[in-house]
Design a protein around this ligand. Structure first.
Ligand SMILES: [Zn+2]
Length: 341
């Protein structure tokens, strides 16, 4: 098998066109093991770990290979009580899925005399069992004698008697970094693999295919000079017939001015239109050519995909809507059986 990326004859592996971590079901068998792991390590993560995509993965319970549902809260940085940058907070979720702030250990030292300092330590109330350990550690650190068990118990009970300092409905300030470029390589990877699958091996020699391959594999940087045309939009604009279908990823091929464009949407979050070749005439001989109207819709809930023509997809979506308005489901079944060209 000739690998779509290194173009060498190698053993195939299972490469998910839409990454597995976002519920991708379509598997491509034309990527070698080495290129597949390179894509997994350096390309797919840019999309899978994009904070807006993490929100959707968490909402839909998409674990990917790790088996762990991602936690959007882990992407928040520098969380603290608003107005006090030193009161650091970690946001966690309890079993009911409610957000719970956790106060991070904090120690402050204030000089109160010539050689005297007041050391104040604050911890989260859930860690109160650690108070004896903290007292012993601080005393040792400052060369003070070890307390007897009774003295230590007395000191701990005095602290606990005061009770915790509580803040009702605290305002918490956090920062979130959003990388606006790293997911682009993954969008290019999806478009490139679909172009290879839909247009055939002839596409591997296309100059645009060569440029896309080099950017995806990190050999070249993406820049205006290397002629990759990529546009970002809303999925409502690129896939009006799938509007509102958040549980799908989709791809569609279209031809404009002798260029072939692959439009993509990931959930209802990211959409792109990528020019995969400027020589459509090499691949599409006439407007009725099946290659000219390819469409793929990947459902993350059923883990299935429809890989057919955009006409069939349009009709499918129309019938689906009609079906919801009580038209016989047999009509939809009939259509699914007969529109798979
Ligand atoms: Zn390879």
């Amino acid at each position: 098998m000739k690998c779509y990326f290194c173009l060498e004859e190698r053993e195939p592996s299972d490469e998910h066109v839409f990454p597995l971590a976002i519920g991708g079901a379509l598997v491509c068998k034309r990527v070698c093991v080495d290129c597949n792991s390179e894509l997994g390590n350096k390309v797919d993560g840019g999309l899978n770990n994009h904070p807006l995509i993490v929100l959707k993965r968490e909402k839909h319970g998409l674990t990917g290979n790790s088996g762990k549902i991602p936690n959007f809260l882990e992407h928040l940085e520098n969380s603290h009580i608003a107005g006090d940058e030193n009161a650091k907070i970690r946001l966690t979720k309890n079993k009911r899925g409610e957000i719970v702030p956790y106060h991070i250990y904090r120690a402050t030292e204030t000089r109160i005399g010539d050689d005297t300092y007041l050391r104040e330590i604050s911890i989260d109330y859930s860690d109160k069992k650690n108070i004896p350990k903290i007292i012993e550690r601080e005393r040792k650190r400052n060369g003070m004698k070890k307390l007897s068990k009774e003295e230590l118990d007395k000191e701990v009970s005095e602290i606990l008697e005061k009770g915790p300092v509580t803040v009702d409905m605290p305002k918490i300030s956090s920062s979130l970094k959003v990388d606006l470029s790293s997911f682009r390589r993954c969008m290019m990877k999806i478009a490139y693999e679909l172009a290879c699958m839909w247009l055939g091996d002839q596409y591997l020699d296309d100059p645009t295919a060569d440029r896309l391959r080099k950017i995806i594999m990190g050999i070249d940087e993406e820049s205006p000079e290397n002629g990759i045309k990529i546009v970002f939009g809303t999925d409502g604009m690129l896939f009006p017939f799938l509007r509102g279908q958040e549980e799908t990823h989709a791809a569609a091929l279209s031809e404009i001015n002798n260029s072939i464009i692959i439009c993509l949407k990931i959930f209802n979050t990211i959409s792109t239109a990528i020019v995969v070749t400027e020589r459509a005439d090499l691949y599409i001989s006439n407007p009725l050519d099946k290659k000219a109207r390819r469409c793929l819709v990947n459902n993350i809930k059923t883990n299935r995909y429809r890989n057919w023509s955009i006409v069939a997809e349009h009709i499918h979506c129309c019938f689906r809507r009609l079906c919801m308005q009580s038209v016989s489901p047999h009509a939809v079944l009939y259509l699914q059986r007969h529109c798979t060209s």
